[in-house]
Design a protein around this ligand. Structure first.
Ligand code: DX5
Ligand code: ZN
Length: 216
């Protein structure tokens, strides 16, 4: 199980230090939640921010675009240093073209689906995508409750395409990560379960332990 730590709940006035702390805590990836105030009712980072973050860490940047018209902004985010770009099926644009654009720019492509979108919506793109993100909360805010029903979609996706990594995002904590591990999730995004805790390293270790206890 890989852990991608979301910095949505970090102290933005000292983001460089926060990123260093997350890296030292053992995060596999750093998850950057990009929100435009239109696709979701919240506003966060732009490409300039990603480019500054890139200078602070060697950990891969997992950029989650919760924005309308993702194709307009993908080149700027990849140029800024995004290693992974995940866009939403519910946003505009042709997913085949969007994935091809991300690959053409040299990044890995993920497709995200909201809790209400069926797994079947991404079936036509499974052979192109590098990852599928099944949202376990409605996107927009950290600290929401995990929707365990989404794990049925994860099982469906794993049965259909066992080699495509599945990520979940929202409400991950030591209890829910063990359910996710049992369902076959490969990458968990964790926000408040790490950045909301006083000791980031202890928090990442607790998540890893809980995830591994299922795998054994
Ligand atoms: C929600 C974001 C998540 C969020 C997760 O819209 O996509 O990445 O930061 O936060 P927690 O882990 O607190 O649910
Ligand atoms: Zn996210």
């Amino acid at each position: 199980m890989r852990i991608s730590v979301s910095i949505l709940g970090a102290d933005f006035s000292r983001l460089g230090q926060e990123i260093a702390d997350v890296e030292r805590a053992g995060a596999d990836w750093i998850h950057v939640d990009v929100m435009d105030g239109h696709f979701v009712p919240n506003i966060t980072f732009g490409p300039n921010m990603v480019s500054s973050l890139k200078k602070c860490t060697k950990v891969p940047l997992d950029v989650h675009l919760m924005i309308s018209e993702p194709q307009k902004y993908i080149p700027a985010f990849v140029k800024a240093g995004a290693n992974w770009i995940t866009f939403h099926m519910e946003s505009e644009g042709n997913p085949v073209q969007t994935i091809a654009m991300i690959h053409g720019l040299g990044a890995k492509a993920g497709i995200a689906i909201n809790p209400g979108t069926p797994a079947e919506a991404v079936f036509p793109y499974l052979s192109m995508a590098d990852m599928v993100l099944a949202m376990t909360v409605q996107p927009g805010f950290g600290g929401q409750k995990f929707n365990a029903a989404v794990l049925d979609k994860v099982r469906l996706l794993k049965a259909k395409a066992p080699s495509v990594p599945i990520q979940i995002d929202g409400g991950v904590n030591p209890e829910t990560i063990s359910q996710a591990g049992a369902a076959g999730v490969d990458i968990c995004v964790a926000g408040s379960a790490v950045v909301g805790k006083p000791d980031y390293a202890a928090a990442v270790t607790a998540l890893r332990k809980a995830a591994e206890s299922v795998a054994d």
